[in-house]
Design a protein around this ligand. Structure first.
Ligand code: PLP
Length: 383
């Protein structure tokens, strides 16, 4: 019988640390009554800008809307193509389809799990061959590690494409010393509770240095508002962040740098203890990761047995992602770069994620490591 179950992410431990500070922040909103666009929303936006160095920050309802606000502001439309990795969460490509534009799926790099620049070139060529007009690229910083922007940005520049960085999993990480939020035309993120910086519900933000883009998105966030509430100058949406969530995030942002360090310690320890039994994740030179997931690779066919053995010992695992988007029912009619996306297809069969959060103590981690090591050795023993 399994011992006590270990949480995959321990939001309770974080909540205990935040204690009265977060209670009081929520209560302040309850009492001042500015539930929609209250003062905490503006404060959070300026705190986030100070944290990452972006000139402008626009908070919004979730990470999907953050992507959509940018695409809406760019006037994305039918006939246009946007290059996206196939090995990502559905939202990255979903928003492209919302505007009747075409996501073109790109393969991944095996070591970082991020967009493969060579496949990106092939994807742009494929879009053109199909008579589409490629207009932009959405690289994703998968599992918390920045994409290879030094390789992707020149490709965008060469083809006249904008770059929207999907940092839903990576906010707080750095790329060659720059915090995410300052790269490309814009960066989006998510504050979904399980994200490295998460609130107590849905939330998101867009980061940009482009004041014009910001002004259009600010209007789009509130139904295309013009000079006042009942002046509608464009078709928009209701994409606001709740004041209560902003209040929570202000408190969580204060401890975020310390949590990022703790996540890194946990990941480095996992790497040291597991590198001889699985392919451990690699943070590329010049990058830091916020470890939204700690994801290993196992030989094809081994994963299900390992997950079951860990589960029996109270150790949860997760598969991000079991199917790349180009193989999903809703997306398989969209084009893919080159002659298929073999790396992403293989990764989808190999990856397995272990519990990861800043409050994972060494004793608990040792239990996870011991269970994992035993599980991966088990098939060999049985043979
Ligand atoms: C890569 C990526 N993009 C976008 C999103 C969407 O964020 P949200 O769930 O806040 O809408 C997520 C959320 O899981 C994500 O992982």
């Amino acid at each position: 019988m399994a011992a006590d179950s270990i949480p995959f992410i321990d939001l309770g431990a974080q909540r205990r640390r935040l204690g009265a500070a977060v209670d009081e922040a929520i209560l302040r909103v309850v009492n001042h009554g500015g539930y929609i666009m209250g003062p905490e929303v503006k404060q959070l936006e300026s705190d986030l800008a100070a944290f990452c160095g972006a000139k402008h920050v626009l908070s919004c309802a979730n990470g999907t809307d953050a992507l959509a606000l940018v695409l809406m502001a760019k006037g994305l439309k039918r006939g246009q193509a946007v290059l996206c990795p196939t090995f990502t969460f559905a939202a990255t490509a979903e928003v492209v389809a919302w505007f009747d534009a075409t996501p073109v799926f790109v393969d991944s790099l095996p070591d970082s799990f991020n967009m493969d620049p060579a496949s990106l070139e092939q994807g742009i060529a494929k879009a053109k061959q199909l008579g589409l007009d490629p207009v932009g690229v959405i690289p994703v910083d998968l599992f918390g590690q920045p994409a290879d922007y030094d390789a992707i940005e020149p490709i965008c520049a060469k083809h006249g494409l904008w770059m929207l960085c999907d940092a839903a999993q990576s906010f707080g990480a750095t790329y060659r010393g720059r915090k995410l939020g300052t790269i490309g035309m814009a960066t989006s993120t998510s504050f979904f509770p399980a994200k490295p910086l998460g609130c107590y519900g849905d939330g998101g933000a867009v980061f940009t240095d482009d004041a014009e883009l910001l002004n259009v998105m600010r209007s789009l966030r509130v139904h295309g508002q013009g000079s006042d509430k009942y002046d509608n100058v464009r078709i928009g949406m209701n994409g606001r962040l709740d004041t209560m969530q902003a209040a929570v995030l202000i408190e969580k942002l204060r401890i975020f740098p310390d949590e990022i360090e703790a996540r890194d310690r946990v990941a480095n320890r996992y790497n040291a203890l597991l590198a001889d039994v699985a392919i451990v994740p690699k943070v590329l030179d010049g990058n830091t990761s916020v470890w939204a997931q700690y994801t290993l690779r196992l030989p094809v066919g081994q994963r299900d047995g390992v997950a079951a053995a860990l589960k029996a010992k109270g150790v949860p695992t997760a598969i991000y992602y079991p199917k790349p988007l180009h193989q999903q029912t809703a997306y398989r009619h969209y084009p893919t770069a080159g002659n298929g996306l073999p790396v992403a297809e293989r990764l989808a069969e190999e990856v397995i994620s272990l519990p990861m959060h800043p409050y994972l103590d060494e004793a608990t981690q040792d239990r996870i490591v011991a269970a994992f090591r035993e599980a991966v050795r088990a098939p060999a023993k049985a043979a």
